[in-house]
Design a protein around this ligand. Structure first.
Ligand code: ZN
Length: 397
C-alpha cells in the first residue's frame, strides 16, 4: 500500500508536514510531497504520531479479574493467579488474547511484548498459546513473547530450568523471570542471564517491584551485564525500589544502568494499585525514577503490565490512559507530554528492540492520528486512524 498523509501536525515540529508510506515503511517525510499515485489522506492539522508500543504486558492474564479474588498485595495476587491460571490456557487464552490485541489496535497500539508464565502450573501452555497468537497476528500486530520464569518456579532448579529452556527453544523471543521473588535473587539473575546468552535472546526481568527492603537487585543485574556483556538487549521492568533509596544511592545505580545499556520499563498502573494495598492509607507512589533515568540517558518505557486481571482490575488497553497515570505518578506536567508520548511509542520500541520507530524515513509504517485540537492526556480521544505495518486498522473516514 502507498499512502501520502498530507498536512499532519506533529509533536516536535512547528509547521505541518507530509508523510509518505510505501509498503510497511515510511518512505519520505517533508513538505510538500507529491502524490505520485499514492492514496492521499488529507490530515488537515490532525496530530500524527508513531503508533503506541506496549513494552510490558501479560496477555495470558488479561480479562481474568474475579470479584471474589480481591488482591491486597502482590503476593496475594500471585497466590490468586496460581489458583486460576491452570484453567486459563489453550483456546480460552487465545480468545482473551484476541480480544485484548484487537482492543489495543483500536486504541493505536500496534506492537507489544508479552510475558508468558512458564512453571509447573501451566507448563508450556501459555507460551504455546501466545506463540500461536503471534503467528495469527503477524503483519498486523507485532507480538514478542517472553518465556517468563514465573514466581511459581525457580530457574535454579534443574527441572524448572529445562522447562524454561524448552519454552525458549519453542520460539519465545525473550527470556524473563522475577529474581526478587526467588530464594536466591543473585543466583536467579545469573542463571537467567546465562539462559539468555546461551540461546541468543534478549533478557527482560521483573525486578525491584517491591519496596527496597526486598532488595535493590537491578544494581547486581547491571554489574553482571557490565561484566558479561551480552550481545542482546537487557530490560529491567518496574525498578520501583529505586524511588525509595537515597539520592546518592539512586545516582550510583542509575549510572550503572546507563553504562550497562539496560532499558527500564515503568508500569505505574499495576504498581500504584498493588503497592501498600493492605495499608489503611497507602503512601508509596510505586513508580521508578523516570526523570533521573531519562536525564542520565537511559531508555525508559511506560507500559500497562496488567489489564483487568487478578493483579489489576482496571485498564482500557489505551496507552493514553497509561501515559496519563504515569504523568500523575511521576509528576510529569503538560510540557513533558512529548516525553510521555515517546515513552509509550518510540522509546518503548527501542526498549524492546523493535526496528526503527518514529516519523522518519525507514521507520515502521505504524501510525496513529488524533484530532489536532485535543489535549491528548486530558481528553484521551479515540484515534482518527490507525495504520499497522502499512495496513489500515482504522481507515480515514
Ligand atoms: Zn509484569
Amino acid at each position: 500500500m502507498a499512502v501520502l498523509f498530507r498536512g499532519a501536525r506533529t509533536i516536535d515540529r512547528d509547521g505541518p508536514i507530509d508523510v509518505a508510506v510505501t509498503g510497511h515503511q515510511i518512505a519520505e517525510v517533508g513538505r510538500p510531497l507529491e502524490a505520485r499515485g499514492r492514496e492521499v489522506v488529507d490530515l488537515d492539522g490532525a496530530l500524527l504520531l508513531p503508533a503506541f508500543v506496549e513494552a510490558h504486558l501479560h496477555v495470558d492474564k488479561a480479562w481474568t479479574w474475579r470479584p471474589d479474588l480481591p488482591a491486597l498485595s502482590l503476593r496475594e495476587a500471585i497466590a490468586h493467579w496460581k489458583t486460576v491460571k491452570a484453567h486459563h490456557t489453550g483456546e480460552e487464552l487465545r480468545r482473551r488474547g484476541r480480544s485484548l490485541l484487537d482492543r489495543l489496535l483500536r486504541f493505536g497500539t500496534t506492537a507489544a511484548r508479552t510475558h508468558a508464565d512458564v512453571d509447573g502450573y501451566v507448563g508450556l501452555a501459555a507460551v504455546e498459546s501466545l506463540l500461536a497468537l503471534r503467528r495469527e497476528y503477524a503483519g498486523r500486530f507485532t507480538l514478542q513473547v517472553v518465556a517468563y520464569a514465573s514466581s511459581a518456579m525457580t530457574p535454579r532448579d534443574p527441572a524448572d530450568l529445562r522447562l524454561l529452556e524448552d519454552a525458549v527453544a519453542m520460539g519465545a523471543d525473550v527470556v524473563g523471570g522475577v529474581p526478587n521473588l526467588d530464594g536466591d535473587p543473585r543466583a536467579c539473575i545469573d542463571v537467567l542471564l546465562d539462559v539468555a546468552m546461551r540461546h541468543g535472546r534478549p533478557l527482560d526481568l521483573h525486578i525491584d517491584e517491591g519496596p527496597p527492603r526486598a532488595g535493590v537487585w537491578v544494581e547486581y543485574l547491571a554489574d553482571r551485564v557490565l561484566e558479561r556483556r551480552p550481545a542482546h538487549s537487557v530490560t529491567a521492568s518496574h525498578c520501583c525500589a529505586l524511588s525509595a533509596v537515597s539520592d546518592p544511592e539512586a545516582s550510583r545505580i542509575i549510572e550503572k544502568i546507563r553504562a550497562a545499556g539496560i532499558s527500564v520499563v515503568a508500569c505505574p498502573t499495576t504498581n500504584l494499585f498493588l503497592q501498600e494495598a493492605d495499608a489503611a492509607d497507602p503512601t508509596w507512589r510505586g513508580v521508578t525514577r523516570i526523570r533521573s533515568l531519562r536525564r542520565a540517558g537511559v531508555t525508559v518505557a511506560i507500559a500497562s503490565d496488567n489489564l483487568r486481571d487478578v493483579y489489576y482490575p482496571y485498564g482500557q488497553g489505551n496507552m493514553l490512559e497509561t501515559a496519563w497515570v504515569a504523568a500523575l505518578a511521576a509528576r510529569l506536567g503538560p510540557r513533558e507530554v512529548p516525553a510521555l508520548l515517546d515513552m509509550v511509542s518510540t522509546e518503548a520500541a527501542r526498549a524492546i528492540g523493535l526496528g526503527p520507530w518514529g516519523l522518519a524515513p525507514g521507520a515502521a509504517a505504524d501510525l496513529v492520528a488524533f484530532p489536532g485540537d485535543a489535549h491528548l492526556l486530558a481528553d484521551r480521544p479515540a484515534p482518527l486512524l490507525v495504520m499497522a505495518a502499512g495496513r489500515w486498522v482504522i481507515s480515514p473516514r
